[in-house]
Design a protein around this ligand. Structure first.
Ligand code: 6GU
Length: 266
């Protein structure tokens, strides 16, 4: 069970995403709890202002610190008597943060603490949020977004699917991209031919060992062609090295030929 709180000025930006598909089912099954808090509820003034102009001038607005402090205080009070998930792990989505990776998703899943996402918006949050709350700053990539809501959803999604039972097949999270530091092999479903494009024959063969080898080879091929930086020599076994040799010998476009890289074994 993972418990998280999302503190945001825009609850409607995140609720529809949390209430669909796998994240919805994970919550229904009691494997994931996500609470969305409206930051406006923690403002101090009658007009519930959560942002203000920057000291020193300049463009854009800055999120005020006090509402975020009050929201975190409220969470601490609320959870101080609850048996589970009492301690908070504060996360601040920010382009300046440490990169979010599969490894960090695994770390968030293991967490006994509640995950609290402090979603900034506009130009940024008052620096005193960092100084006073010392949240972990996390970035989902080298580009700038309008706020922390989408990154928070990305992190919740990547973490939730690692909870055992959240995905239908307990094996699918373990074996897919990056978990093993390889990209995925290609997937096919019915019918056997679509617009002249056939399913690689080996997948119809019923030969499980041949299928396993084909998938491994195509995962290696995909990684070699698209993300060679992920191919770590020390993670390759003897079979992998043999398959990779064959891929290199076949050349970069062999997988596009009608055989679909269907050669079994090598
Ligand atoms: Cl975590 N937040 C914002 N606002 N922009 C980002 C980001 C986070 N990661 C990449 N760009």
């Amino acid at each position: 069970m993972i418990r998280c709180d999302l503190i945001t000025l825009f609850p409607d930006m995140v609720l529809p995403v949390l209430n669909q598909s796998i994240l919805k089912r994970a919550q229904e099954k009691g494997m994931l709890e996500v609470r969305v808090r409206d930051l406006r509820g923690y403002t101090l003034d009658r007009h519930q202002v959560a942002d203000d102009a920057p000291y020193g001038g300049g463009a854009g607005m800055v999120m005020k610190a006090e509402p975020l402090f009050r929201a975190v205080d409220a969470l601490r009070r609320e959870y101080q008597d609850s048996p589970a998930g009492t301690e908070l792990r504060l996360l601040l989505p920010s382009p300046q943060g440490r990169p979010f990776t599969q490894r960090l998703a695994e770390d968030l899943r293991d967490e006994r603490r509640r995950l609290v996402f402090l979603c900034g918006h506009y130009e940024g949050v008052d620096e005193r949020v960092r100084l006073g709350l010392d949240p972990e700053e996390v970035s989902i990539g080298d580009y700038v977004l309008t706020g922390g809501e989408l990154p928070a959803l990305v992190m919740v999604d990547a973490t939730a699917r690692l909870i055992p039972g959240v995905l239908g097949d307990p094996e699918s999270a373990q074996y897919d991209s990056f978990a093993e530091s390889l990209l995925e092999y290609p997937h096919y479903t019915r019918p056997p031919e679509v617009r002249g494009l056939a399913v690689p024959e080996v997948l119809l063969s019923g030969n499980h060992e041949a299928i396993r080898i084909w998938r491994r080879k195509e995962a290696l091929r995909s990684t070699y062609l698209k993300r060679p930086d992920l191919l770590k020599d020390e993670l390759l076994n003897e079979e992998d090295k043999r398959l990779l040799d064959a891929i290199v010998r076949e050349g970069a476009t062999a997988h596009l030929s009608s055989g679909g890289g269907g050669g079994v074994g090598t």
